[in-house]
Design a protein around this ligand. Structure first.
Ligand code: COA
Ligand code: MG
Length: 292
């Protein structure tokens, strides 16, 4: 999996094979086949089967495929994992992740199934959905480590969190997230960057409003998110375009790298640039290289 190359991750319901194949053929950099909220309880067994078949049928053409299993708040997780791991998904998305221990618990399960299926131990990455409950959001404060080495990214989401908080809405009259959700979003951004994993911005549910999506994606880029999740193929081009460094940004990055080749600080266009700018420049160049 070329990590810096993932800008967009497209969710698709796990019980709809036609849609999964469409998602795999889309321009999304990665696909998340959902076994959780997009699949009703009585469809879960069928969804597991479809997901395993799609993974095994090599429809994926090298596109990273994650599977969102049901969380440890249900009794589905083990069955989901046992059913899909033989298809060697790139990673597992763990929803309702409330404690750092949940990552260890998932990792143990993955290890056993990797051994069962003759896969390299540790190959399956983990993405947590990190802010779905009040407790989960609070737990993101404080020092964290990932002893499993599997964590690839952390996704935040405002929809389940509003249910957990008993909120009537998570956005104001202009469509912007209200403070509790900006807090959760920031918690995810801090925790992901503290761990050195990708901070993934939440889905934009109003999939017909591409202008709103573009604004929200620009905010995500500005603040340091590395990727954004999507629910509809029409959202992918917008996300990919905004999260691809422009020629001007790359010129800037190359100039910063050149100026700071053998010193810590320099003047560029009348302003100071230092190591902090160099890190931003390195991130942009790494992304551009990964996308080539
Ligand atoms: N992946 C792949 N293809 C998708 C898709 C997705 N997530 N969402 C829509 N499409 C396809 C449709 O099948 C349709 O294809 P067609 O033109 O060949 O018939 C086309 O894109 C246009 O779809 P549209 O009619 O605009 O949307 P819809 O009303 O059919 O579906 C949703 C809307 C929200 C139900 C659908 O986009 C969806 O299920 N998204 C994913 C939801 C999800 O997984 N949620 C869990 C995480 S938050
Ligand atoms: Mg949910």
């Amino acid at each position: 999996m070329k990590e810096n190359a993932i800008r967009s991750l497209l969710f698709v319901p796990g019980d709809n094979e036609k849609l999964i194949v469409k998602a795999l053929a889309s321009e999304a950099d990665a696909v998340i086949v959902d076994l959780e909220d997009a699949v009703s309880p009585d469809h879960k067994p069928r969804a597991r089967q479809i997901c395993r078949e799609v993974l095994g049928a090599r429809h994926c053409n090298g596109k990273p495929v994650f599977v969102r299993v049901n969380g440890f708040d249900t009794d589905h997780t083990a069955r989901d994992l046992a059913a899909v791991m033989g298809g060697f998904p790139s990673g597992i998305v763990l929803p309702k992740c409330e404690h750092a221990d949940d990552i260890g618990r998932l990792s143990h399960g993955l290890e056993v199934l990797e051994a069962r299926d003759g896969a390299e131990i540790g190959r399956t990455r983990i993405v947590t959905v990190a802010t779905e409950t009040a407790l989960a959001t609070l737990q993101l404060s404080g020092p964290r480590v990932d002893p499993t080495g599997r964590l690839w990214g952390m996704l935040w989401g405002g929809e389940d969190l509003s249910a957990s908080l008993g909120a009537q809405s998570n956005r104001d009259e202009h469509g912007a997230y209200t403070f509790p959700y900006q807090y959760a979003r920031s918690q995810c951004l801090f925790a992901a960057n503290a761990l050195g994993v990708v901070a993934i911005d939440a889905v934009y549910p109003d999939f017909r409003d591409l202008t709103g999506l573009a604004d929200e994606t620009r905010l995500a880029l500005r603040d340091g998110f590395g990727a954004k999740a999507a629910i509809h193929p029409a959202q992918i081009a917008v996300i990919n375009q905004i999260l691809t460094p422009t020629a001007d940004q790359l010129d800037w990055a190359n100039e910063v790298m050149l100026l700071l080749q053998d010193r810590g600080v320099a003047r560029m266009d009348g302003k100071m640039v230092d190591l902090a700018h160099k890190r931003v420049a390195q991130r942009m160049l790494a992304r551009a290289a990964a996308l080539r």
